[in-house]
Every structure is written in structure tokens, then in C-alpha cells.
Design a protein around this ligand. Structure first.
Ligand SMILES: C[S@@+](CC[C@H](N)C(=O)[O-])C[C@H]1O[C@@H](n2cnc3c(N)ncnc32)[C@H](O)[C@@H]1O
Length: 230
């Protein structure tokens, strides 16, 4: 449950060293996996997103925040633990109306904000990296009734692994831009275990989608889950 600052800081610092801080055009679709174009787009957050309040947990460089603000006219806040990432996100997409970025641990942000959201989402972000019973409860408190939670995580059975047999986290790695790997702790649940945790917080799971690139992946690589507040 401790903030895993250093691998993410190291990741951001390496990336920043190679990417110029400049305004970028937002991508034309939302990505839930590491393969562009694979799986659903933003419609799983709600059909009409214009004017809706959205929150991304662990936004990194802010590509999905930028897409949702520019192409769906949503009002989106991206939160990330690492100040460098948020600086990078602002340099790329800070000019886009409706896109805003904040530095912080997602639990602290959710506990401190007075706002509620129509949808809260995470793309390989903080969901799975923070104790689920704490994070899901904090998310549920900040969703409006009928609000949507959607998150993608590395598939728990990727590359021959097996989902956790219990509720404990286990060791995983972040691959740095220079291909070195740094250890992190991750909760690696299958869809049933996520559904059970989600159900305890006043949300109800609505879909669990396994994403696998038909040519490039031997295994499902991404688990994408959606839920709705009762
Ligand atoms: C693999 S990156 C994904 C970034 C982004 N969602 C994307 O798709 O490009 C994970 C991000 O989550 C952030 N993160 C990890 N733990 C976090 C926490 N507890 N609170 C906020 N952000 C966190 C990291 O700093 C990192 O930028």
C-alpha cells in the first residue's frame, strides 16, 4: 500500500530525457491496451461524454485525458504520483480545454477532493498498484449513482503466469525505456476476484474483457473491467 515512487519516478525521468516537452495533438481514440486500435474505445465510459466529469488514476503523459477532453468534450482530470509525469502531460496537453492534471497519490486525491465524477478510469495506472479494498472504496465514494469505473491491468495470466490465489499483492516489474526492469508490487486478480472486491464497495461489475493481439500475442495481455455504481 506504500506509494511506489521510485520506479515510476525513474520511468518518468528516463522518458522525459528522450521526449521533448512540446504541445502534441491528442490521439484520435482511447487506448486500453499497449496495442493501438485493439479493443474498445471511450464508449465504455458512457455513450455521451460531452460535459461529463471524468478522473484518470495514474495518467502518465496524459494521452487519454487529452483524447477525452478534445474529441469527447469531457472535463477530465488526470492524477499521477510523479510530478515529472504531470509536468510532461501539461507540456503536451495543458493547452486543451477541459484537460487538467494534478500531482498526488490517487488515494489521497480521492479522499481530499470534494468533487464527484461520472466516470473514473485507469489504463495500466493506479488500479492494481494500490490495495484494492482501499482504492475501490475511495473510488465508489467519488462516483455519482450510475457512474462508471473502468480499468485495464496487465492480464494476470499473461506469458504463462497465474492469477493470485488469494488477496495478497505480489512482485512484478516495470520495464524502463532503457529496457532495465525495476520491481513493483501488484495485485494480480482474475475477473472473479475483481468482481468480488468490486461488489463489496457498492459497485457492480458490468464486463470483463480479455485483450490479445491476434498476431502479436500468444496470451491475453490485458484485462479490461467495467463496473457501475448502484
Ligand atoms: C504504466 S504507467 C500508465 C500511464 C498512463 N495511464 C498511460 O496509459 O500512458 C502507470 C502510471 O501510474 C502512476 N502511478 C502509480 N501508482 C500511482 C499512485 N498510487 N497514484 C497515482 N499515480 C500512480 C505512475 O506514476 C505512472 O505514471
Amino acid at each position: 500500500m506504500l506509494a511506489q515512487v521510485s520506479p515510476w519516478y525513474a520511468h518518468a525521468a528516463q522518458r522525459l530525457a528522450t521526449t521533448p516537452a512540446q504541445a502534441l495533438t491528442p490521439p484520435g481514440r482511447m487506448e486500453w491496451s499497449t496495442h493501438p486500435g485493439l479493443g474498445p474505445d471511450a464508449e465504455i465510459l458512457g455513450r455521451a461524454l460531452r460535459g461529463k466529469r471524468l478522473l484518470e488514476l495514474g495518467c502518465g503523459p496524459g494521452r487519454n485525458v487529452a483524447h477525452l477532453a478534445q474529441h469527447r468534450q469531457a472535463r477530465v482530470i488526470g492524477v499521477d504520483l510523479v510530478g515529472l509525469q504531470v509536468r510532461r502531460a501539461r507540456s503536451h496537453y495543458g493547452h486543451i480545454e477541459g484537460a487538467a492534471f494534478a500531482v498526488g497519490h490517487v488515494l489521497h486525491y480521492l479522499q481530499a477532493t470534494g468533487q464527484t465524477f461520472d466516470a473514473i478510469y485507469s489504463v495500466f495506472g493506479a488500479v492494481g498498484l494500490v490495495a484494492p479494498e482501499l482504492l475501490l472504496a475511495a473510488i465508489s465514494r467519488r462516483l455519482v449513482p450510475g457512474g462508471v469505473l473502468a480499468f485495464s491491468v496487465p492480464h494476470p495470466a499473461r506469458a504463462g503466469r497465474h492469477p493470485s490465489p488469494d488477496d495478497r499483492p505480489r512482485e512484478d516489474f516495470v520495464t524502463m525505456p532503457d529496457h532495465t526492469r525495476l520491481p513493483i508490487t501488484r495485485w494480480e486478480f482474475d475477473a472473479h476476484r475483481w468482481a468480488a472486491h468490486i461488489a463489496r464497495t457498492g459497485l457492480r461489475i458490468t464486463s470483463a474483457i480479455e485483450l490479445r493481439h491476434p498476431r502479436l500475442d500468444a496470451w491475453p495481455t490485458t484485462l479490461l473491467i467495467t463496473a457501475r455504481k448502484r
